[in-house]
Design a protein around this ligand. Structure first.
Ligand code: FAD
Ligand code: NAD
Length: 474
């Protein structure tokens, strides 16, 4: 039974970006909140994912830009020690004091420990000293426990103590020889970062026949070309069959399923995520303990009587991205506040529509890859009447002034029935700032005939918009 001090309007389990945002919104809505966190407030994103990976990639990106500008030259290799020191600053030296203060100042109650559902509106927290604290929520519990790196059952892999995103982003010494499993976001970003910071031999083992297989095919092709030019070796059609590391911390050998092998000083696993749903007491409220927590468009968990349970961020499996988790958390927090106050809870701003239209995402490699909405093949599979147009970004004046050579490509996927954009992809140096325009067009379903009047300034990279519309026939 919870002590009176341990009763809150809302309890949030997990203080990653999604959980923190959910707490902030319910407090803004006039409710009290407790936030339970077992490790570092700020979550994966702040310490082992988005922030450190981008701190490691930025100098590599800049070095690429310099190499493509006649008249500029780097004086030597990137100073890895300086980059790692700056990375340490960006992750607050793995100290979450600032985040804990931010939560306290909301104001919300921060509870350090492992949270677990113990029945409807009940949360048990196992504290660092082993004691158990019982919390009770008046209105809602929000699960925001995120995800962990997925390590498949490959003989010898776990015993070899491979790097995941956590060790790779907190790297202290760049390995000379790096083997990487996977061809998705983590594998691509971290391969490029570590190769750029001094790894001499980076070898990627990729199960499929392309990098970034969920995106438009040209994104993986451009990235592959750039990676090969920078010395990264990519072996397609290979999965790990067995891993050996006879001496802890010594060389590691990956035996692939085709009989080939790679020896390296470190092995990085970038094979996706395991959602953090085990051992959080979902069974006590009748939910399954594997797979994503299914939610409706107000982030309320489906199949829970009385509708008091919500799930935001990676754990609901919608889109494993920080900005999407925070978007869901804004909706979730506002819906909970509205329902608690007896206010309308079905206003347009209180429903998630962005996730199913296709989240915006940037892969911060060189070239940068930016996507929003559906790919052409996904749109066709969903039954839309699709027409797609592509354009060589190097032929855009504003782009080719940026670099010599400027190599990039763009694609727009159009729903012919409504003449609106279903998806847009850009690949090239510096395209990251084009993405939000595309996100507005796709999410707001702006008709192409209206978009035609959004005139891009000359000479900017944004002229790609005009070229895509002309290519379409406007
Ligand atoms: C290398 C890498 C780079 C990435 N880069 C980007 C990027 O550039 N942009 C982007 O948008 N996304 C990026 N992502 C994805 C992004 O990190 C995640 O989508 C985001 O962190 C999810 O936020 P979350 O709040 O749902 O979960 P998390 O950040 O995982 O936070 C969950 C929190 O819950 C805590 N927790 C878990 N279980 C319990 C429990 N039982 N009790 C108490 N606390 C618990 C955890 O300790 C953790 O602090 C990247 C991911 C990786 C791996
Ligand atoms: N810049 C960003 O937005 C960014 C950066 C990094 C990560 N993330 C997010 O974090 C999440 C995790 O990234 P990730 O790269 O680990 O996952 P991912 O899903 O992007 O890629 C996983 C890769 O592993 C391969 N794979 C999976 N299981 C395998 C197996 N058993 N054997 C061989 N290959 C296998 C897949 O084919 C794929 O190439 C993603 O959802 C991503 O959106 C985002």
């Amino acid at each position: 039974m919870a002590d009176q001090d341990d009763v809150f309007d809302v309890i949030v389990i997990g203080a990653g970006p999604a959980g923190e945002m959910a707490a902030a919104r319910v407090v803004r809505g006039g409710l009290t909140a407790a936030v339970v966190e077992e490790r570092l407030a700020g979550g994966e994103c702040a310490y082992y994912a988005c922030i450190p990976s981008k701190a490691l990639l930025r100098p590599v990106d800049l070095a690429g830009e310099v190499s493509r500008m006649p008249g500029l030259e780097l004086r030597g290799p990137i100073d890895a020690a300086a980059v790692l020191a700056r990375r340490d600053e960006t992750v607050s030296h793995l100290d979450d004091g600032g985040q804990v203060s931010w939560i306290a100042n909301l104001p919300a109650t921060f509870v350090r420990g492992r949270g677990r559902l113990a029945g409807p509106l009940q949360v048990e927290v196992t504290m660092p000293d082993g004691g158990v604290r019982a919390l009770r929520a008046r209105h809602a519990v929000v699960i925001a426990t995120g995800s962990d790196p997925f390590i498949p059952d490959v003989p010898g892999l776990r015993e070899a103590r491979p790097w995941t995103n956590r060790e790779a982003t907190s790297v202290q010494q760049v390995p000379k020889r790096l083997a990487v499993l996977g061809g998705g976001a983590v594998a691509c970003e971290m391969s490029q970062a570590l190769q750029g910071l001094g790894a001499h031999e980076t070898t990627m083992l990729v199960r499929g026949d392309r990098l970034l297989t969920r995106m438009e095919p040209f994104t993986g092709d451009l990235l592959e070309k750039s990676f090969r030019e920078s010395g990264i070796e990519i072996r397609f059609g290979r999965s790990p069959a067995r891993v050996e590391r006879p001496i802890p911390g010594g060389p590691v050998t990956v035996h692939a399923d085709d009989g080939s092998q790679v020896e390296a000083d470190e092995l990085l696993v970038g094979l996706g995520r395991r959602l953090s749903v085990g051992d959080i007491g979902l069974e006590t409220v009748g939910l399954r303990t594997h797979g994503p927590i299914e939610v409706d468009a107000s982030m309320r968990a489906t199949g829970v009587p009385d509708g008091w349970l919500y799930a935001v961020g990676d754990v609901n499996g919608r889109n494993l991205l920080t900005h999407m988790g925070k978007y869901q958390a804004r909706i979730c927090g506002d819906v909970i506040s509205a329902r608690a106050g007896g206010l309308p809870d079905d206003l347009p701003a209180l429903r998630d529509i962005a996730d199913e239209r296709g989240a915006p995402q940037v892969i911060f490699t060189d070239p940068q890859i930016c996507v929003v909405g559906r790919t052409e093949s996904a749109a066709r599979a969903e039954g839309f009447a699709v027409r797609a147009v592509e354009y060589d970004m190097g032929a855009v004046t504003g782009a080719y002034l940026q670099a010599d050579p400027y190599i990039g490509r763009a694609k727009a996927v159009v729903d012919e029935d409504r003449r609106v954009l279903l998806g847009v992809t850009f690949a090239g140096p510096g395209v990251v700032d084009l993405l939000h325009g595309a996100t507005i067009a796709v999410t707001s379903e702006i008709p192409l005939d209206r978009l035609w009047h959004a005139v891009p300034a000359f000479p900017t990279v944004s002229e790609i918009w005009l070229r895509l519309l002309e290519e379409y026939g406007l």
